[in-house]
Ligand binder design. Structure first.
Ligand code: ATP
Ligand code: MG
Length: 234
């Protein structure tokens, strides 16, 4: 089973090479805003990406999202249960949505993915990082993002952006040290995995950030030459 999946992935990549892009960072850093901006850029050149969010994106995943973020019961949740619920939601998303989209040759954008688990449950909750990585691999298999944008903002900035939100989720109600560990762990991830993870200064204006991300996406996936080819073919 594992063999078959990885063969498919390699074949898909050789034939179509459609990117799998993820956005990461603390609450309120601007992930969803930048996902939307990237979609707008892509649609302008005729690419309609599949967009998902974590936890969620499937029927089971959305039920898990509610349990994790807003349910009455979640205050009694153990860190271990939290870890397994995030992984369960991801498993559904990978099998039901991401793998089929990649196989079809669609672009895939995901608002959070397995790095969130490494950072929040591994680094911030201090669960065994080796176990967390094994679970991430077990669940995501070959669905590894081609590029991950980490939007880096300080706590005060994120807080002021979230200030207007009426419904707060559980991760927004952790002690301050938790957010420091989250930010440090994302920065460390970007230092360690320079090939995949791009640290973006998320404190700037939305437009500036969107422009930088679009430039990187165009460069990484050779979109400029494709756009030129399309124009000259008209
Ligand atoms: N660069 C920016 N400058 C100022 N405000 C921003 C910027 N990016 C996003 N915002 C605003 O901050 C708030 C949070 O942004 P957004 O929902 O995109 O963050 P998020 O990372 O997706 O948060 P969450 O983790 O809670 O889903 C929104 O009101 C959004 O309009
Ligand atoms: Mg969001």
């Amino acid at each position: 089973m594992k063999m078959a999946r990885s063969t498919t992935r390699i074949l898909c990549r050789k034939i179509v090479i459609m990117p799998f892009i993820t956005f990461e960072g603390s609450e309120g850093c601007g992930k969803t805003t930048q996902v939307k901006r990237l979609v707008i850029h892509l649609e302008k050149i005729g690419v309609v990406p599949e967009v998902f969010r974590e936890p969620g994106g499937t029927l089971i995943g959305e039920a898990i999202r509610h349990l994790l973020q807003h349910s009455e019961e979640n205050h009694a949740m153990t860190p271990e249960a939290e870890l397994l619920l995030f992984e369960a939601s991801r498993s559904q998303l990978v099998r039901e949505k991401i793998e089929p989209a990649i196989t079809r040759g669609d672009w895939v954008i995901c608002d959070r993915f397995f790095d969130s688990t490494s950072v929040y449950q591994g680094a911030a909750r201090k669960l065994d990082p080796v176990l967390v990585e094994r679970l991430n691999t077990f669940v995501a298999g070959d669905c590894v993002p081609d590029v991950t944008f980490v939007l880096d903002v300080d706590r005060a900035t994120a807080r002021s952006r979230l200030g207007g939100r009426k419904i707060r989720d559980r991760m927004e109600e952790q002690p301050e040290g938790f957010y420091e560990r989250v930010r440090d762990a994302y920065r460390e991830l970007a230092r360690r995995d320079t090939g995949r993870v791009v640290l973006i200064d998320g404190a700037r204006h939305v437009d500036q950030i969107a422009t930088e991300i679009w430039r990187i996406v165009r460069q990484r996936f050779a979109l400029d030459s494709e756009i030129r080819t399309r124009r000259s073919a008209r």
